[in-house]
Design a protein around this ligand. Sequence first.
Ligand code: CUA
Length: 311
Amino acid sequence: MADTAAPIDSTYNFIFWFSVVFTVVITVTMMYFVVKYKRRKGVPSEPTGHFNRLEIFWTVTPTIFIGVLFHVGFASYIKNATAAEGATEIRVRGKKWSWEFEYPSGDRVPGELTLELGRPYKMILSSDDVLHSFFIPEFRMKRDCVPGQYSFIQFTPTVAGDAQVFCAEYCGTSHSGMLASVKILPPAEYKEFEKTLGKCSEGPEICDEKHPERWGEKLFVKNACVTCHGTAGSGIVGGSKSPGPKLAGVFNTMQPMATGPGVMADENYLRESMLRPNAKIVAGYTTVQMPAFVMKDPQIDAIIAYLKTLK
Ligand code: CUA
């Protein structure tokens, strides 16, 4: 179980019992009236005509109830949509037909997600091929994994034990077998698991892949990003303002745009700016001469991982 389950369960139960009570009250009243006012021989009907106060009463009351239901649902939605400060990020990649989890250490583990009890997590989801949906019923959490885009879910595991990841979007013949197990370990046991992470003995290429921020730094230099964004994205080239916007410390902040409202510099924004530099132009940088980079997801992820480290 995770902290996300309780608000969803309570909202569900609230709406369920709310509906049960009203179904019973309305049905019983209706049946009583059907019997009481049924047509009888010799008794003429007495139409009541229009009754304003009653009309207002049964319009306003349900509107208030609907407002309450909306508030209950929306409040728990917002609570579950907000990541805790300092949440541990795990990259989740869906592909036909498996799940891969990438830890902050850079280790990629297919088919098994190991989590620490009580630690807040943010899952960054994407797909390598078609539409999948990351679903952990025990956490009451489900989110689509869309190719070419990131989506997020966040939670804090609250009970140690096992859970199960399903794919909840039909994605081909082995969709039903697209499973992964979730292990929630108490902190002491998690420390043991953590010791197995971050070890790299496969040579520089693979080791780079295992450490996305290190790999990202190399790609940043290799693609000559430093020419326009400054060393380590400092926004300064040759002692003056660089041709491209500053990148250090930009992640997760609002960026003013040349036109229109500001934009949150999240993963999707960084990705879009690499692939389509003209899509959103930062205020003060009108001529965009940056080429659109053709890169695969792992490279883009690595550069984003690197940009996140720049303060
Ligand atoms: Cu992946 Cu269904």
